[in-house]
Design a protein around this ligand. Structure first.
Ligand code: ADP
Ligand code: ADP
Length: 236
């Protein structure tokens, strides 16, 4: 059962052909890893999935990405709604310079949740789902930027979860962290697939092998191989 269908996707930065005829189906409530050498188009591909490329000048896209029955590159699609459903977490944790609470409450407020009791519930639930609640429940008013790097990244995950996305895109979410924080994020990713579809970019093969169900291997803008991770990494 796929949730995003990518068909014959091509992307150019000016004259440079960065994605070449990518076709793949992203399975629902599974973890799909995008791997490959630096510069092969992993981040570019990830950003096409919620139109994060829209901000970059001279980008040209052909082909289709169908999410929830709609080609997101065709017609009048509401990009804000798309990004609510298809959330993004970046390599470098980027919490707002505000309190822990405000970081998580921000998205739901933007999307119309104003009732204080409801907001508190969403904040608690999101922090629990990001495996951060126990560490911060007594200091929700503390500044987010005073948390450790690993905690900041889990906060960014909680912030993304707070608007109830269906898909979570993660661009090297653990690679800026120390090994302990990294393994916490990896454990969390494994938990997240119970409720969400996760697409994670990583240059770390071991990480892909540990966290993902499916692996897509990119090389020079092309999809070279796409299969179950177990199959890709099994010994010949
Ligand atoms: P990866 O994530 O695999 O390291 P990227 O998607 O970042 O690869 O980059 C793929 C190719 O596209 C690289 O050659 C990179 O230099 C180029 N590229 C990425 N972003 C831009 C941009 N904003 N403008 C022009 N070229 C870009
Ligand atoms: P990463 O390896 O973490 O993806 P990069 O250093 O490739 O980061 O890219 C950082 C930023 O620079 C991104 O926003 C990317 O789009 C942009 N970028 C990358 N390559 C190019 C390029 N050749 N020309 C213009 N912008 C680029």
């Amino acid at each position: 059962n796929s949730i995003i269908d990518v068909e014959n996707l091509n992307l150019w930065y000016g004259e440079s052909h960065a994605l070449n005829e990518i076709t793949l189906e992203i399975p629902e409530k599974q973890v799909t890893a995008i791997i490959g050498p630096s510069g092969c188009g992993k981040s570019t591909f990830l950003r096409t999935l919620n139109r994060m490329n829209d901000r970059i000048p001279n980008v040209r896209i052909e082909g289709s990405i169908v999410y929830d029955g709609i080609n997101i590159y065709e017609g009048d699609i509401d990009v804000a709604t798309l990004r609510k459903e298809v959330g993004m977490v970046f390599q470098k944790p980027n919490p707002f310079p505000k309190s822990i609470y405000e970081n998580v409450a921000y998205g739901p407020r933007v999307h119309g949740v104003n009732d204080k009791t409801k907001l508190n519930e969403v904040v608690e639930e999101s922090l629990k789902n990001a495996a951060l609640w126990d560490e911060v429940k007594d200091r929700l008013d503390a500044s987010a930027v005073d948390l450790s790097g690993g905690q900041q990244q889990r906060l960014c995950i909680a912030r993304a979860l707070a608007v109830e996305p269906k898909v979570l895109l993660m661009d090297e979410p653990a690679s800026a962290l120390d090994p302990v924080a990294m393994s916490k994020i990896e454990d969390l990713i494994y938990e997240l697939k119970k409720n969400y579809t996760v697409v994670i970019v990583t240059h770390n093969m071991q990480e892909a092998a540990r966290v993902s169900d499916y692996t897509a291997f990119f090389h020079l803008g092309e999809l070279i191989e796409y299969s179950k991770t177990k199959k890709l990494f099994e010994n010949p």
